[in-house]
Write a protein that binds this ligand. Structure first.
Ligand code: SAM
Length: 199
């Protein structure tokens, strides 16, 4: 009896120590998660995902085809890229995601689905990417706040090939030039979707 009692009393400090270590890592992970989300908000848009049931409808509205190469600027947890490959059979999907936490989450989802050969994600600020990094795009997906949408239309998207489709969810740019054509817009769930084409 005394033996069991002394064994338990010796195990308690060890358990306390392990509990402190686990708590420390949980706090560290939560901190990393919040800093990562705060960072994407500073860059232009927080991580908010589209509901999967709307996503297929939105991509169908955009007329996504098998031969398309889809680019998602701010690819979040990768669900747009994954849906485009799995449900629309496209040959290639590319994402740019600046928030480290969300980037690693998307890498994980893509790996467990075995889609590494068809989907590439870069941990990059999309406002800093060069033309060569997105010139194969035929379909661009944007679910961002108005400011980054305006910036992209005035810089990177300006360099897209004529005919490339640009699908904007919720926010559309105020266009003052003749380099993009609005093909159509529609309400899907509570989002208004705008489909543009580079002229
Ligand atoms: C509203 S979420 C959209 C996520 C995904 N496209 C979807 O529809 O499910 C916007 C994403 O863009 C990312 N983001 C915001 N500004 C960015 C920037 N300048 N460069 C790269 N990613 C950015 C955020 O971290 C966030 O994950």
């Amino acid at each position: 009896m005394t033996g069991i009692f002394s064994l338990v009393s010796k195990a308690i400090p060890l358990l306390e120590f392990l509990l402190i270590i686990v708590l420390f890592f949980l706090v560290l992970m939560a901190l990393f998660f919040y800093v990562s989300l705060f960072y994407s908000e500073i860059l232009g848009a927080p991580f908010v995902s589209l509901r999967k049931k709307y996503l297929k409808e939105i991509l169908k509205f955009g007329g996504l085809k098998e031969e398309d190469v889809l680019f998602d600027f701010g690819s979040g947890d990768g669900r747009v890229l994954i849906t485009a490959v799995e449900n629309f059979g496209i040959k290639k999907a590319v994402g740019f995601e600046a928030s480290p936490c969300v980037y690693w989450l998307s890498k994980f989802f893509i790996k467990i689905r075995g889609l590494n050969s068809k989907i590439k994600i870069f941990p990059q600020n999309f406002l800093k990417i060069e033309k060569e990094e997105f010139e194969e795009a035929t379909f661009v997906f944007l679910y961002l706040f108005p400011k980054p949408v305006e910036k992209l239309f005035k810089s990177q998207l300006f360099q897209l090939k004529p005919g490339t489709k640009i699908l904007c969810v919720s926010f559309s740019p105020k266009l003052e030039n003749h380099y993009y054509r609005l093909l159509k817009s529609e309400k899907v769930g509570w989002h208004t979707i705008y489909l543009y084409q580079k002229i």
